[in-house]
Design a protein around this ligand. Structure first.
Ligand code: CA
Length: 223
């Protein structure tokens, strides 16, 4: 499997390359947008890891141009914190997934593996359980047809639970996937966010079955 990394911060680019190579991926790196686009358009990659803020062509422009050229290589976008809301439109133009910096390498790997499992032409994926839906691309969450507004972390937590629905997720698994290495995690952080989520997706729908379940001594599951 061959991956292109487009990232102008050499330290990040090189550590991604090194980490991926240890996992037996073949990795090319471009340190600016123009080189990144040229490589992505001419070489055959299984997936592309793309920073958004780049010298030369920026990430969103690269995605739009590639998709216009009917190049459907899966793209994982890297964004700085807070950039994501501004970039939804750009992401809608054809990125397949995104990851907020700083990120854990483990999560990057998991997302890359998931991307490569998908068919080459990505379809809009909406995660759902019962009457709750979450669209990872548009960040829309609805229950019983009503919009539910979540913070970034609540969204990430719900997405993680939905991607693992019917399985019990421990607090450690949740922390490992939803929070990055640099976050300050208190012992009750997960409980606090689970409570927030319940207040938004279960409590207002009191005539329906609660979706988030606490499995005492183990963790949480949705469904
Ligand atoms: Ca950058």
């Amino acid at each position: 499997m061959r991956i292109l990394v487009v990232e102008d911060e050499h330290r990040i680019a090189n550590s991604i390359k090194k980490g991926l190579e240890q996992e037996n991926y073949a990795v090319d790196v471009a340190y600016n947008g123009d080189d990144g686009y040229d490589l992505a358009a001419t070489e055959d990659y299984d997936s592309i890891i793309l920073d958004l803020m780049l010298p030369g062509m920026d990430g969103v422009k690269i995605i739009e141009s590639l998709r216009k050229e009917k190049i459907h290589t899966p793209i994982l976008v890297l964004t700085a914190k807070g950039q994501i809301q501004d970039k939804i439109k750009g992401l809608d133009s054809g990125a397949d997934d995104y990851l907020t910096k700083p990120f854990s390498f483990e999560e990057l790997l998991a997302r890359i593996r998931a991307l490569m499992r998908r068919p080459k032409i990505a379809v809009d994926e909406v995660l759902a359980v019962a009457d709750l839906t979450l669209n990872p691309k548009t960040f829309e969450v609805k229950r019983a047809g009503k919009d539910v507004l979540l913070s970034n972390k609540e969204f990430a937590l719900l997405e993680f639970l939905l991607r693992n629905k019917t399985r019990i997720m421990t607090k450690d698994q949740i922390i490992g996937h939803v929070w990055d290495y640099d976050s300050d995690i208190l012992p009750n952080t997960v409980e606090v966010y689970i409570r927030n989520l319940r207040n938004k997706i279960d409590l207002p729908f009191h005539n329906k079955k609660p979706l988030i379940q606490t499995i005492r001594g183990f963790g949480y599951k949705i469904g």
